[in-house]
Design a protein around this ligand. Structure first.
Ligand code: GLN
Length: 243
């Protein structure tokens, strides 16, 4: 299970968010504290951030371990943004290890990361052609990013179709964060400067709050909200899509 992290708030450097915290995402790539599936996240990493230069985010990914990436360490102190999304990867057995399989996955102004696994056969065939990789997370990302407003319904439908799926996803578009919990941990930290959402806390700040399983977390200009994910009531993925 991979680890992911996002920030929305006052400008923050990539180094401060990803590298310098006591249990930073870089440290989580070799010593995660709450990970139940997989022991290290050495199969790649990725980070995306938004600037005033373009509506679409900058994105930098790699199929190498984050801890060994000297250029990331060199560049990260010089890049800051009000919205950052990043992930480190532990590949699911059978999935390719390649840059294109490292989150975040992109569509327009959106980025998405996935902690977990899903049987690709339950995803609509229409999601395959546009997927960045045959990796399950990439195909799931294509499906979810085609309708970010339907995130909660689609996660519930996919989870119903594949009862073994783990579906923690994290999305951002530069102005908002959306996250689901379905089988893995997620925590949120609200400070005066902004909001961090992470698979596991990057420090021991007592203000971190765990997000309950099967929830949708939204972080927007109007605040932080947590809602129960809908009960799919047996609808198929296609039926929920057409609602
Ligand atoms: N299934 C995804 C992959 O193979 C994510 C794996 C994970 O969460 N560890 O990349």
């Amino acid at each position: 299970m991979c680890r992911h992290l996002a920030w929305l708030g006052a400008p923050r450097t990539l180094a401060d968010l990803l590298l310098d915290q006591p249990s930073s995402l870089r440290r989580q790539s070799y010593a995660p504290r709450r990970q139940h599936h997989g022991r290290v996240n050495a199969d790649g990493w990725g980070v995306g951030w938004w600037t005033s230069a373009a509506p679409t985010p900058a994105r930098w990914r790699s199929a190498t371990p984050m801890w060994s990436h000297a250029s990331l360490a060199a560049v990260a102190p010089h890049v800051s943004s009000t919205c950052i999304l990043a992930a480190v990867r532990s590949a699911t057995p059978g999935m390719p290890i390649e840059e294109a399989a490292s989150a975040p996955f992109a569509h327009g102004e959106w980025l998405l990361s996935h902690n977990g696994r899903v049987d690709r056969s339950v995803l609509p065939p229409t999601a395959w052609p546009a997927a960045e990789s045959v990796c399950d997370s990439a195909v799931l990302a294509t499906h979810l990013l085609s309708a970010p407003a339907a995130l909660a319904e689609r996660i519930a439908a996919v989870g119903f179709a594949d009862p073994a799926a783990r579906l923690n996803v994290l999305l951002a578009d530069g102005t908002q964060l959306l996250a689901t919990t379905w089988g893995d941990t997620l925590a949120v930290l609200v400070t005066a400067d902004g909001v961090a959402v992470a698979s596991e806390p990057y420090d021991d700040d007592p203000r971190w709050r765990d997000v309950p399983d099967r929830s949708l977390l939204t972080v927007t200009a109007s605040g932080v909200a947590v809602h129960d994910l809908p009960d799919p009531r047996g609808e198929t993925v296609a039926e929920m899509e057409n609602r």
